[in-house]
Structure formats: structure tokens, C-alpha cells
Write a protein that binds this ligand. Sequence first.
Ligand code: GLN
Length: 375
Amino acid sequence: MPALQPRALAAQESVFARTSREAAARGAVNLGQGFPAAAPPAFLLDAARAAVGRHDQYTPPAGLPALREALGAEFGVDPADVLVTSGATEGLQTLALALYPPGGEVLTLEPAFDVYGPQAELAGARAVPVMLALAPQLGWRLDLDAVARAVTPRTCALLLNTPHNPTGLVFTLAEVEALVALARAHDLWIVSDEVYDELYFGPRPVSPRALAPERTFVVGSAGKRLEATGWRVGWVVCPPGLASSLAGVRQLASFCAPTPLQWAVARALPVAREGGLYGALRDSYAARLDTLAGGLEALGVTVFRPGGSYFLTAHRADWSAAALMDAGVAAIPVQAFCSQALNVPGVMRLAFCKSEADLALALERLATMDAARST
Ligand code: GLN
């Protein structure tokens, strides 16, 4: 019998998929995988219903022209410099294949979203993680000196993520400036994962593209912005002149993103912007963040409040993912986002993009767990 390749054997089940499977099997409230409880906005669903049966065949691999135009208007770029992908994940995969040379090193900030490392490996490169340290009083901190020290002659790219998953960090202008200066000094690409770009609770995130459009690729997600994570419509805003070569790479995977959904997103993006959807979502998520964070703090949990994203990280000495799952609450240990040991063990990521009722139920179950222990 022929054998599977080592890379296939090394591929693990996604921590998100595994957590959702276990949560469903055990009837746990799923604060693990980040997908919203609410239905997508009606104007998006109506646009999709109108497109199915009318727009059902392939689009060009670079994307539906109307969607590229809508994205060009959103980002203030030529539509020719925008690539539509089957989700942000495929955008990131396309960039790994197109940008990272064999043996190249990609600097990532750990804890990091789970696909960055394996995607670099599939491209024959590797991720070099720089840890974000957790200071118990201050929360997560970016150590710019550590990033600079990690650069070697093989470094080819900086992979940034702001707002950052799982920590919720939003990098400051000064931090983004320093990272861009580092990329310029060493002639690195910047891959900027900005899928939570409209989801922030303090200062608006700064994109490195604003400072270095010539070397920055911005990865975005209709699923995250429009609350439809299963639609698999994402995009990459590219430096001028590079999108058509990237389209040549991404067409080899899914050829094009789903056509009727591209139509619907093209319709919905301007409606979302003009109708104030993103501000309404921020308000609604800020309220749910308060519910979950306040409830956890009342249970003696230390909460590291996020500047953006729909995740918070939290810590209590006796907590573990297994103990929480036993209590009926699924969460993801931040250690699962790391290739080395975290300086503070036992930190959990909890998603608050769930219903108020589910957040209340999760808090009730955690309180019951504590009561059972103390008796
Ligand atoms: N971005 C989401 C999270 O971090 C889920 C990603 C996924 O399941 N592919 O939970």
C-alpha cells in the first residue's frame, strides 16, 4: 500500500473543530470556537436568496468583479489589487504559497491563530514565533525588541494580526510603526490578518497597510464582518500589481469562492457601512463582553479585557479546559495557540459572540462548579 506523506500525518484536527465536536457531544455551552450566535443581517440573506438560481456558475479566480469593486471602495484601492478568496484562511494559505521561499522564516506573534505555522510548513517555510508575554496586572504585551531579535537572514515576512486572536490585543500606532520600520529595514513582506478589523472596543486598529502599502497584504473576512463564518468569502488587499499573480495561485485550490455568496457580499458591504452595522455590532459585543467579563470577575477569575475581537482571555489558578468542560462550558486553553510554554499556565480563551442567554448559562454553570467544590 502507498503511504500518506508525513505532512498529512502531521496535520492535526483543528482545535476549533475538536472543541465544537466535544461541546456538542457533552451538551456544553460552546465558548470555544468563535462563531456568532446571531443570524446574519437580513439584507445579506435576502441578497443571497436573490442570487441563488441567477448567479450560479464560476466567477474569475480573482473574484466577482462587483465584489472586487465593492472592496476597492471599502479600502480605497484599485479593484484590480483585491483578491477574493474562499475565506480568510484560503487567503492566508495563498499568501504562504506565493510569498514564503523554501527555508524562509515567518515571524508570528504567539499565542497565534492555529493555521499560520502549518501553512508556512506546507509552503516549505517555517514560522518563528515571538511570544507575547502576559503580565498579570497589565495583560498581554508586545515585546518589540524580541521581534527585532528574531529576525535572521532567512526571515521573509512578518505575520501580524490586529485585533489579535486569541489575546484581543490591538497594536498601537507606535507599535505598528515600529513593526513596519523593522519590515522596511530587513525588506520583509507584511501579512496582516485583520479579520476583526471592525470589532474593537477602544482605539480603532491601525493597519500596517496605511504605513507600508507597497509590502503589506491585508487579509479580511466577510464571515467575520457580516456574521456568516460558514460562507467562506474572504479577501486579500494586495500591494499594487500583485493580485493577478496571487489569483493564479489561489485558483489551484478552490478556483473561485462561491458565486452567489460573492454577489450577496458585494451587495451587503456598502449597506453594512452606510447602515451602521459595524457600530451596532460593536455595541452589542461590548455589552456581551461586559456580561461575561463581569460575571467571571465575580467568580474570582482574572480577565484580560480585549481591545478588539470577540474573545477574552481569563485565568484562575484552578482552571483547566477539562474542568470547564466537565462543568458544561467549552473554552480553548491559550496554550493551544502556542508552540512553547506560556509564561502563565492555565489561561483560557472564551468567545463572547454568543447569546446573552448562553453567556448567563455558562456563568451559572461555572458558579455551580465552584459551589460543588467548596462543599
Ligand atoms: N477564528 C475562529 C476562532 O478563532 C474560528 C476559526 C476556525 O474555526 N477556522 O475561534
